[in-house]
Design a protein around this ligand. Sequence first.
Ligand code: ADP
Ligand code: MG
Length: 715
Amino acid sequence: MQSYLDTDIMFLKGVGEKRAKLLADEIGVRNFRDLMFYFPFRHIDRSRFYRIREFQGEMPLVQVKGRFISFQMEGEGAKKRLLGLFSDGEKLMQCVWFARADALRNVYRPGVDYVLFGKPTPYRGDFNMVHPEVTPYNPADPPRGFQGVYNMTEKMRKAGYSPKFIATIARNLIDNPRFETIGETLPPEVVDAYRLMPLRDALRNMHFPESAELLQRARERMKFEELFYLQLHILRFARARSRKFQGQIFARIGEKFNGFYADCLPFELTGAQKRVLKEIRADMRTGRQMNRLLQGDVGSGKTMVAFMSMLMAIDNGHQGALMAPTEILASQHYETISAWGAKIGVNVRLLTGSTRAKERREIHEGLLDGSIDIIVGTHALIEDSVRFRSLGLAVIDEQHRFGVAQRARMWAKSPVPPHVLVMTATPIPRTLAMTVYGDLDVSVIDELPPGRKPVETLLRYDENRMEVNRLLGRELAAGRQVYVVYPLIAENPKLELKSVETGYERICGIFPQYEVCFVHGRMKPEAKEAQMQRFVSGQARILVATTVIEVGVNVPNATVMLIENAERFGLSQLHQLRGRVGRGSDHSYCILVTRQSVGGDTRKRLGIMTQTTDGFLISEADMRLRGPGDMEGTQQSGLAFALNVASLATDGQILNYARQAALRILNAHPELVETPGDDGDRAEGELKISPASVDTLRRELCYRFKKTVDWSQIS
Ligand code: ADP
Ligand code: MG
């Protein structure tokens, strides 16, 4: 028998053929299930008056009864706003109006009983209301209910449907006696183990909440369900993959590693470096192919970790490769690593696009016969002509410049696929890493080498131009170098933004006594490298650029990073740019220049940069402010957009539980992973479920992911 939820939406009371087509075309609602999962985007609770002290967590729109105590205007011009202090007789709350501040000032009166209606918004550890609706209190007004507000399209509105329409048909669906026949979409074992609200109650409360508390619990349940299936989906493919690819076993720590560690370390390793090396070592001895993401802020010392990990490969008779996104980065790595290697007789070579044919042949041979231990290079490393005798570890630096497909090509270079270590200085919030990268293990270097001076970050406005130029002049006169970054390559009449082209001329005009070079993304690679080289060598003192310089380049003598139109950049990007300075022993500056007129949110965003240098805090804030969809690393998956109720920015806790549940079920039910086999040393424990529940999982996975791509490709 077809289940109630599978019924075509056409057959729902109040719908019919014509409306069914509209619902399908406009909001993708084709059957009862689609409608039940088409949740209100917000809720209005007019069933009662709230007390201000009750505000907590994620609130619906609510009404509060009370009086204004006082009013106050703040700001000037476009920024002018009206602040009203409101009391419910027990506690105070601030109200803010940005629009029509002057007019409203004379409308609301202190001492009159009002009903405020709005969304309590967390603000400085308390709650305020922005633009609440204000009506005089009238005890004769009939009480109103607790309602959902649904998204409708323009076309639906034009066709004469009110937002109530969806509520009405959802009500019809839920009131039908057959609603009670709906089965769970989660295994009952999971519902019990994680004390979730049962599906029918959750659906009822999502659409027609009985109270704010029950709505909160219903949302938690639906978020859990969504994240649970996503994790289950990702993890089972990742497991299937890790079985397909056997890893090389690096059983021993040998002479090179120990020798280097004992006698040649140029500095004491930080605690974080040691811990990460242990994690990598543990991975590479399991027989499972390592796929590890190493996150560490700029300057945290990832190169040393990469080098010592490659020594583990060499000690076990294999080779190491380090791939960087640009020639400059590759040669910088080569210089560092070959100097370290020389101390212990490790043969290191460099292979890039500009390596000459004769040397290239020599390197190809050396890699095949095993006389080269470590190869450092660019994309040139993944060309088919490059073959290894036995590649044990491939390290990929600054991963976001490499696509997944390129990474996969590294795997095919050696009889047994190498372990893979991907290094990035763009911290990815954990929730995002877990979702986008699935079963990729994550190591974090969360400690900088001792003695680093934090970069002083200044927020300046166009009006402060003179002061900024003086600072630049002072640093240049002291022999230092300066980066100037613009959001655009060329001026665009439509955008009031500064560009590299005009910026270059301007800078040359202000500092005629210094050599200036420039790079941007539309230059030919050779031209770009040549310009960069002028700056790296110190010949050019000022580099004018777009964000192409973002990644990895190391010029310790550069002490100023000046960023024009800083409001145009994401926080993570600003953080990356800032990481280009503060690499030497001198005091360094990052100057963010923006217009005086930028909005409050932008100020807040840029303000975060002046308050912290912690890349993780910054990326978390970035995700909260911009949403996960815009974050580095998500574009290739598009995954973040698929979330319907849950948010990677705010539901980390639920995600943890959902992932744990998925892992425990996979541990207990290897039959859920396509390829049979055994890999189970994950410490999450097991959660056994009934055969009927296993069927539920298969059905739901199929329902949810039949249309999507194979996420296991994203590693
Ligand atoms: P990133 O993580 O940005 O790639 P690098 O590996 O380039 O950082 O390291 C930045 C600088 O810090 C280098 O000059 C490196 O030699 C130095 N360094 C790395 N680890 C330590 C340490 N434990 N103590 C002191 N200096 C270190
Ligand atoms: Mg680096």
